[in-house]
Design a protein around this ligand. Sequence first.
Ligand SMILES: *Cc1c(COP(=O)(O)O)cnc(C)c1O
Length: 356
Amino acid sequence: MTTPQDIIRRDVLAMTSYPVADASGFVKLDAMENPFALPEALAAKLGEHLAAVALNRYPAPRPEALIAKIKRTMNIPAECDVLLGNGSDEIISIISTACAKPGAKILAPVPGFVMYQVSAKLANVEFVGVPLKTDFTLDVDAMLAAIAEHQPAVVWLAYPNNPTGTLFDDAEMERIIAAATKSLVVIDEAYQPFAQNSWMPRAAAFDNVVVMRTVSKLGLAGIRLGYLAGLPAWLNEFDKVRPPYNVNVLTQAAADFLLDHVDVLDAQAAQLRDERTKLAAAVAQLPGAEVFPSAGNFLLVRVPDAAATFETLLTARVLIKNVSKMHPLLANCVRLTVGSPDENAQLLAALKLILH
Ligand SMILES: *Cc1c(COP(=O)(O)O)cnc(C)c1O
């Protein structure tokens, strides 16, 4: 008798699935979702639009009209090509797989987005994590030394970084790009709606840089759509690794419709930026709380006891993320997603139960 233990890769057997908490009944502030729904009239029109979709047909593998609309709406340089992913998570997986030559390595600052490491591992590529400084800015000297030593195939730079919220310094990133002559540097702009700074205008300006984005944090996490912008020489290769029908017809149709109403989502992002400012100021007032500067729709906060803070909030029906065990630099840190004014008030009230 064969068992999964006989068949499945040893490293996969040793893994645990990506943890997603059951959030029913909670104020959900753990996953950087936009708290706002679409306006009712717009949702109704979207429904009509989706009803017209031919569900019996496979999706267009390269939906030119949608790609053109993304390029226009997101100010992607004309010289760039665009590759669509089932969320940017899939694009991370595609890049990792495509670059997985024997002995290849993938490098990123840590603490950073976990999927860089997970995807590298699944592609059988060694992951090199380079610690940030204690204030979560880039340790450029350490990055340059690690790039020289490991000659990574891929360098991930999240701009801003998750879970720290740090918007890395442009000049420091330029030094890394200049040093990484044997690497592809992927700039991950998942939080661009909250950062308002972007490398997108320069997505075709370097031979070794591509820019990745997603509509998830903008308010469309449920439709799963990420995109990669860069020179065709790179994207043509990644396209060979992309599953042919990876972005389904409903996602394509929803994106096509909603990109015509992106002002609604942009206004929600603007409101969340205001809420971030208010929440950061209020949390910073709480005894024992250290709030780090964030360019995302979340705050990294160091508290006296992250586990107790997480538990207290859970009892108050507020779900946040305890990131304190992710990396030594994150000791006693929790990550709070910025929610609606009402959710943020509940979050603050719950935090006051333990920070007083
Ligand atoms: C959330 C997140 C992503 C993944 O986004 P999806 O498009 O929803 O898969 C990518 N990068 C970073 C840094 C993120 O925080």
